[in-house]
Write a protein that binds this ligand. Structure first.
Ligand SMILES: C[S@@+](CC[C@H](N)C(=O)[O-])C[C@H]1O[C@@H](n2cnc3c(N)ncnc32)[C@H](O)[C@@H]1O
Length: 277
């Protein structure tokens, strides 16, 4: 069996039956931390989700890799089953890595899994990841704050555990903050209505599907036009919704690039730019 390590803060400890919850980043395999790779190399078992880029598993050829996400045609694990699997595998194999898309503490249930594991005698640790909530807009040149455009940002789940739109969306719509909504595509009509009722029909909005990945798709519009754009571009999950004046930053960059004649990579995402170079 390989050495077992649990990451607690900056400490890497030798131990048996341990869990490390690790952020895999938003999709582009280069958007994972060095610390996460180090931990993957010590894993005996990896339990990973649908939003994790499977190429990352190549850092752990020694590990047993179990897909526990939701995907069409695959058995869907319930959270309680995942919790149990973590504990059972850690006790039988040693170091379990729970690899999750983005950052495990941003709508990732990482904290719950750590609590369960700790309550069952496992040593637990975590390695943060780059959350899609910041990096997916950033890859499309959309900052979540910008002087003069937004002083704060909200990151909200579009769908609560009762399958309803979070009430925080209505509160955020009243503010001048940038609003980033995860898991909100099925609630887009409701979101649009909320912003319209606040007199924000002309507020810019971006929807980014599979952000930072090769199959990334982007729709940019206003609250008034976005539903039409979504249906034309067939935008669907997994996607992030970004609402606010910051979305215009992308256009401003585009204009500047055109003005200075460097139109080669204008409007391309970082992934597309990398590919075209
Ligand atoms: C359960 S949440 C997990 C978020 C994750 N912990 C994070 O920090 O990015 C899943 C939702 O995140 C968003 N998401 C995650 N990765 C994405 C990506 N690469 N592109 C667009 N949206 C993404 C989608 O809204 C998706 O439905």
């Amino acid at each position: 069996m390989t050495a077992q390590l649990a990451q607690i803060g900056n400490e890497v400890r030798q131990s048996h039956a341990c869990l490390t919850v690790v952020g895999a980043g938003p999709g582009d395999i280069e958007l994972i931390t060095l610390k996460a790779i180090k931990v993957l190399r010590t894993a005996d078992v990896i339990l990973y989700d649908a939003l994790v880029n499977e190429e990352l598993l190549e850092y752990a050829p020694q590990a047993e890799c179990i897909f526990v996400g939701k995907r069409k045609g695959c058995y869907a694990y319930q959270q309680a089953q995942i919790n149990e699997l973590i504990v059972r595998r850690a006790k039988s194999h040693g170091h379990v890595v729970r690899l999750k898309g983005g950052d495990p503490f941003v709508f990732g249930r990482g904290a719950e899994e750590m609590e369960y594991a700790a309550a069952h005698g496992l040593e637990v640790g975590m390695v943060p990841g780059i959350s899609s909530s910041l990096s997916v807009p950033a890859y499309q040149n959309i900052p979540v704050t910008k002087r003069g455009a937004a002083e704060s940002f909200w990151v909200i789940t579009g769908t609560t555990k009762e399958h309803k739109l979070s009430e925080d969306v209505a509160l955020a719509a009243k503010s001048s903050a940038t609003v980033v909504i995860l898991m909100g595509m099925s609630k887009l009509p409701q979101i649009v209505e909320l912003f319209k009722s606040e007199g924000k029909s002309e507020t810019p909005i971006a929807i980014i599907q599979n952000g930072t990945r090769e199959d990334e798709k982007v729709g940019i519009g206003t609250i008034q036009t976005i539903e039409q754009i979504v249906s034309e571009k067939l935008l669907t999950n997994p996607a992030i919704i970004i609402i606010g004046e910051v979305v215009r930053h992308r256009e401003l960059l585009l204009k500047a690039k055109l003005e200075f004649g460097s139109d080669e990579n204008v409007g391309l995402s970082a992934v597309e730019t990398a590919k075209s170079n």
